[in-house]
Design a protein around this ligand. Structure first.
Ligand code: MSP
Length: 483
């Protein structure tokens, strides 16, 4: 079982291109993994933040109505973006609350929770306690706002107790935090010394109560992280996909919480970078948000998914540009793949009555193409195992370029009756490309496979040519150039 998660998103705004990126990335990986094994893909919403109260007030709606209204908006957005999740968790659900309170009680009984007083900064946007060291010019580095200075009674979690165990675990599990750059950052952060952290706040009437103290609400991050357990029938997670802004919560606090409560740790935490505009993180609170649904209207879901996967370097920041989005679609998805697909399938329709021809002889070129297909399959699988979707899709498109070359060089139009081998090989290569593209561009991928009278199969079956001679196929124009 491959169990993959996204962060659960704050419900006070609708998805931006940033949250869409994380979710699309996780969807691409889970669609790919489903070609090999069972997958559980969990996403959801973080509803217990104080931001929810403020947003409901601003919208002039009772809070329960507001969260239900927003949850529908998020689910609709994921439907449009073709996010094929298996589980959806909302932290206001009873099933979640129960697990959180049990978890809290468990670590309280272990002696890892004690009462204390917190004095310091709190960023309402991050929902995080910040130290002087975290601030840049006195402001939160992510939201560019002055955090509140607070002094209040809290329950504390003995994070400091887990410092050595965490370091030891990270050292023994080199794949636990990826990419390596993030792993190194986490290690050096822990080595500077971990302080205990507050895990409750004075009650505001919203959120999950501390089970033995109704005047205190469980800190929203402590509550939210537990969604990975409450939202899934499986544990541990195979991979948590997160953005680089929430590394400390996932790579330090969460593993320590799990150690304290006696759970296994997630197998891997994959950290990606930010989508930026002119180098600045895209976010609602910074006022430079980009609505993914608007982009879909202009460029199609597949176009947007393809662009994000292809353009944003794995694990790094990437600057968003509509111009590049258009270029990637036109030069690659359309000119490289879709046009090839149409050329091959319409040739078969015209010259072979829509039936895949029987190959005559296999020459050097065919042998090479077959080798390239195998090599691509192996490489793409390896890259996808490491969540390097950027490199994976590049390899798929390289195969498509090679098939273009193969088709072009063989000039089947010069002598259609002697082009059987070329067409047979081209069409089988198209099957492989279509299926490898399917996790990235599910609508086009499915349509392509359907036109080939085929469907998504297990990845190991792709090595054998499965579009047999005589198979009836259809000419299909998958995507047109965007003006
Ligand atoms: N609710 C917390 C997460 C709790 S998980 C137990 C939270 N929510 S959030 O709505 O702010 O979403 C944060 C995540 O959205 C980031 O970690 C990242 O995955 C994604 N992104 C939001 N803006 C982003 C960019 N501009 N670029 C890339 N991803 C970004 O934090």
């Amino acid at each position: 079982m491959f169990y993959i998660t996204t962060p659960i998103y704050y419900i006070n705004s609708t998805p931006t291109i940033g949250s869409a990126y994380t979710t699309i990335l996780a969807d691409i990986v889970s669609r790919f993994k489903r070609m090999k094994e069972d997958v559980f893909f969990l996403t959801g919403l973080d509803e217990n933040s104080k931001k929810t109260i403020r947003a409901a007030e601003k919208a002039g709606m009772p809070i329960r109505d507001y969260i239900d209204f927003m949850a529908i908006k998020w689910k609709n957005a994921w439907k449009i973006l073709k996010i094929d999740y298996d589980g959806f968790i909302r932290t206001t659900e009873e099933r979640h609350k129960k697990v959180v309170q049990e978890f809290f009680n468990k670590i309280y009984k272990n002696g890892d929770i004690y009462e204390g007083e917190y004095e310091g900064y709190y960023c309402d946007e991050c929902e995080a306690f910040l130290s002087e060291k975290d601030l840049v010019d006195g402001k939160c580095p992510y939201h560019h706002k002055k955090p509140a200075y607070i002094k209040e009674k809290n329950y504390f979690f003995r994070l400091s107790k887990y410092q050595d165990r965490l370091l030891d675990y990270i050292e023994k599990h080199p794949d636990f935090i990826q990419p390596v750059k993030r792993r190194n950052e986490v290690v050096s952060f822990i080595k500077q010394g971990l302080k205990d952290v507050s895990i409750s706040r004075p009650s505001s009437g919203w959120g999950i109560e501390v089970p033995f103290d109704k005047n205190q609400t469980i800190w929203v991050w402590f509550d939210a992280l537990i969604n990975y357990i409450s939202g899934s029938p499986y544990w541990p997670a195979s991979v948590h996909v997160i953005g680089k802004d929430i590394v400390k919560f996932h790579c330090v606090i969460w593993p320590a919480m799990l150690m304290s409560a006696g759970y296994e740790l997630p197998k891997r935490i994959f950290v990606h970078g930010f989508l930026t505009v002119n180098g600045v993180k895209i976010s609602k609170s910074l006022g430079n948000a980009i609505d993914p649904i608007e982009l879909v209207k202009k460029y199609s879901v597949d176009g947007l998914r393809y662009y994000l996967a292809r353009e944003i370097p794995d694990g790094e920041d990437g600057d968003f540009s509509e111009q590049r989005l258009k270029e990637r679609i036109n030069n690659e998805l359309v000119a490289n793949f879709s046009n090839l697909f149409y050329r091959v399938t319409s040739f078969i329709e015209k010259n072979f009555n829509g039936k895949v021809p029987e190959p005559t002889e296999e020459g050097e070129k065919e042998k090479k193409l077959k080798e390239l297909i195998e090599e691509t399959l192996n490489n793409v699988e390896k890259e996808m195992d490491e969540l390097r979707i950027n490199r994976a899709i590049k390899k798929v498109m390289e195969l498509s370029s090679e098939v273009n070359k193969y088709f072009q060089e063989n000039e089947p139009w010069k002598d259609p009756t002697n082009s059987r081998t070329t067409l047979y090989y081209s069409v089988n290569a198209l099957k492989v490309i279509s299926q490898l593209l399917y996790p990235f561009v599910p609508i086009i991928g499915e349509r392509a496979l359907k036109a080939l009278n085929s469907k998504v199969c297990k990845i190991e079956n792709l090595k054998k040519f499965s579009i047999k001679p005589g198979t009836e196929i259809r000419a299909e124009m998958l995507m047109k150039k965007i003006k």
